[in-house]
Design a protein around this ligand. Sequence first.
Ligand code: GRG
Ligand code: ZN
Length: 296
Amino acid sequence: MSGMYWVLTTLAVAKKLDTVQRDQFLDFIDECWDSSSGGYSACPGHDPHILYTLSAVQIAATLDAIERLPSDDIVRYVRSLQNPDGSFAGDRWGEVDTRFSFCAVATLALLGRLHLDDNDNDTDNSIDLESAVRFVLSCQNFDGGFGSRPNAESHAGLIYCCVGFLSVVRRLASIDGDTLAWWLSERQLPSGGLNGRPEKLPDVCYSWWVISSLTMLGRQRWIDSDRLKAYILASQDVETGGFSDRPGDLPDPFHTVFGVAALSLLGEPGLLQVSPTFCMPQQVIDRLGVTSQILS
Ligand code: GRG
Ligand code: ZN
């Protein structure tokens, strides 16, 4: 399911959505729906999971088919995964991670079912938002970064999830943006590429996890974008057009979408503008009337 989201998003951002067979994507989503839980699985016959539920909603939204989704059941599924401390499990087996907090609020926001206003009717409030925010904030470390759980190592992928969560729920003012942006800007290596944590190799996907976070924090200029752009472009395979994790490696759909989405955020011409919060075309987010907080 997430592979379908990566491919579809790449094509949308590259302005090639007209080349996809829309019904094949939508039929696949339907086949992955689990009516008893309300969630979606990675492929037919597998267990539902909150990540694939978000991917299914992102696919439907990009194909302008969100009204076809069983929204009440999806909301029921997301709600069923929240724990008393505000965290979210990924599925009924209970793994807890800040990735799943992001998946929960992003799914609800895209469905128009996230209620941020205190005046909204409480009975319609699908999750306990205050405890969800408290849990994510408790995962910020002394170095400014965020990990998968309280006291877990800061990692750029989890920082995207936590900053993205705070962007969706409009609480970015609650964190120390300067220390966090310092940690993120330290990810740039002499090659121009970015790693996900100290002492690790650069990897094109971190171009997205880091640049999207810096963009939401209003501090994109804290890294050298020309050198990052050059690193991403050097990771494109000239034969297939796909992007790999680093120059010379084999391309794959995961690094292709995050390379292309990062290039869009860096202002590369010829690409659609991408939402740094949702990693989807901004025009899709606007069409749905969904807003997220981006600091200037
Ligand atoms: C809608 C864009 C979007 C995302 C959905 C699933 C998710 C939310 C985000 C994933 C964030 C992410 C990449 C987390 C990283 C998890 C992690 C601890 C990876 C460490 O992997 P290693 O050790 O990589 O193989 P490094 O580069 O640290 O060596
Ligand atoms: Zn990677």
